[in-house]
Design a protein around this ligand. Structure first.
Ligand code: F0G
Length: 488
């Protein structure tokens, strides 16, 4: 399917620089904004962990874009024509064709979500003594690689950790360090190099095609495979088109196929890439395919449904084709860019330039009084929920792990992520986000830290429970009431 080309964005006569939605809303879900006092109770009940909040207490759910992007009418309609055969389903054949059309890969193993792909890839290729170079880790990737005895080596550039930057490609890999690592550890101990599109944990920041081609050259030199995490590939391709001169005139389809062509294995979470459920691992290499194949029926389901409903496979197929459309893929980045620029004007520390997935507020600059040992990003997320009803996600030390001595491994970045799921929020809701963040920034001295009261050993941020180190949440609520009167 060919990409629908648009010549630039729509300009307003007034000169206002605001994003314009290229869709209309036809199905809606009501929202609820409970009073600030109830929000304080709700966060206490949830152990100061926004994963443990319930929808009834949430106004804007900006936890994630995973499985929360709006589906199109085309996606929903196709769900009703699904062929739910256990084996050999027609719906799977359509999905396989879509993967070949959009990613240029002929063999596809369906899985129930992205981390299931990580499980299969890690079990197949990672063993004790393996080193896995990557531009940056994702939480579930790290967990699966470690479970199989491997060591993750992050080879990002210095620019990646700069909060306010003008570098368009903060997700690039440090090429000299990649070669050094391969030489020092030996190529035989490196099962693959992992590149993550729109690198999630550093603020949804893309890599450039130029950098990625350099990674390929090194991979070829030492005969190492490249695994591409394509969960946010549409956005990375969109940024390449917008920010890398050699690609200004290329279609998203061309860029996507080139990106996938440079990788030996491409895997994705369809919860992100095609705004549905599911995921997949694809390749053109028969040998790699057979090495992984038999784990799919073991962990997921038969090879033509991979543990998800066939209806979702139909939606995933349409979603893959929609990834070729700039209006679809660019919607979330354009809202993020708008929010990031407005927040920056207010002096609020926010990851710049705007990336994919969400707007990322830097907690150490926002609340410098909270030490990293008291989880500043977690505290900021809790405080922001209390004063706005908006649910964000902690992406900092709380989402990290402890070392063998039980000490927190401090995160390089302490981020509060406010996700902008695709085609979900309006501009006035975005203005509300900016307004409440501005208020919190003006009252930032009131925010204190958090400490764990229940801490699971693996992926602790999902279900861990915390408590504030003082009565700062009550003080915050009192100030909110003083400033806003009876406003919600
Ligand atoms: N890789 C990346 C880059 C991701 O962002 C995610 C999920 C996964 C793999 C795992 O996929 O959730 O389908 O199992 N990211 C979500 C998030 C959870 O909120 O950022 P999954």
């Amino acid at each position: 399917m060919e990409n629908i080309q648009k010549k630039g964005t729509v300009k307003f006569f007034s000169g206002k620089k605001i994003p314009l939605e290229m869709h209309k809303v036809r199905i809606v879900q009501s929202l609820n904004l409970v009073p600030v006092e109830r929000r304080l109770e709700a966060i206490k009940e949830g152990g100061y962990n926004t994963f443990l909040l319930e929808t009834k207490d949430i106004f804007l759910d900006m936890l994630t874009d995973s499985g929360t992007n709006a589906m199109s009418d085309q996606q929903i309609s196709k769900m009703f024509v699904a062929d739910d055969a256990y084996a050999g389903s027609k719906s799977f054949t359509k999905f396989k064709t879509a993967v070949a059309d959009v990613f240029g890969k002929d063999m596809i193993l369906p899985v129930h979500q992205g981390r299931a792909a990580e499980n299969i890839i890690s079990q197949t290729f990672v063993k004790k003594g393996s080193f896995l170079p990557m531009n940056y880790h994702f939480t579930t990737t790290l967990a699966h690689i470690q479970l199989n005895g491997g060591t993750v080596v992050e080879l990002y550039t210095k620019e990646a950790m700069k909060i306010k930057s003008t570098n368009p490609f903060k997700g690039n890999m440090d090429i000299p360090r990649l070669e050094e690592l391969i030489v020092s550890k030996g190529p035989e101990n490196i099962p693959f190099i992992r590149m993550e599109a729109s690198t999630n944990l550093i603020g949804g920041q893309p890599f450039s095609m130029e950098n990625y081609k350099e990674v390929r050259k090194i991979a070829d030199k030492y005969k190492i495979n490249i695994v591409l995490d394509a969960s946010l590939i549409g956005e990375n391709a969109y940024f390449i088109k917008k920010r890398e001169e050699a690609y200004f005139d290329k279609s998203l389809g061309d860029i996507l196929r080139e990106m996938c062509g440079l990788a030996d294995i491409v895997y994705f979470s369809a919860r992100k890439v095609s705004s549905s459920r599911g995921g997949g691992i694809c390749t053109n290499n028969m040998d790699l395919y057979y090495k992984m194949r038999d784990l799919v029926p073991l962990y997921e389901g038969f090879l033509t449904y991979g543990g998800i409903s066939i209806r979702e496979i139909e939606a995933m197929t349409v979603g893959l084709y929609e990834t070729l459309e700039e209006d679809v893929v660019g919607q979330s980045p354009s809202f993020i860019e708008y929010a990031v620029n407005e927040l920056d004007k207010l002096g609020i520390p926010v990851v710049m330039p705007g990336g994919a997935l969400g707007c990322h507020v830097e907690a150490q600059q926002f609340i410098p009084q909270v030490p990293q040992s008291e989880y500043p990003a977690g505290a900021l997320v809790a405080a922001f929920y209390i004063i706005s009803g908006i649910r964000g996600m902690e992406r900092g030390t709380l989402s990290s792990i402890r070392d063998e001595n039980g000490n927190d491994i401090l995160a390089e970045l302490e981020l509060m992520r406010l996700a902008f799921p695709r085609r979900v929020f309006t501009l006035s809701q975005t203005e509300y986000v900016i307004d409440r963040l501005n208020w919190l920034y003006n009252n930032r001295e009131l925010v204190g830290g958090l400490t764990f009261v229940e801490e699971p050993p693996v992926l602790r941020f999902f279900t861990g429970r915390l408590a504030p180190v003082s009565d700062w949440p009550e003080k915050l609520v009192a100030k909110f009431r003083a400033d806003f009167g009876d406003s919600l």
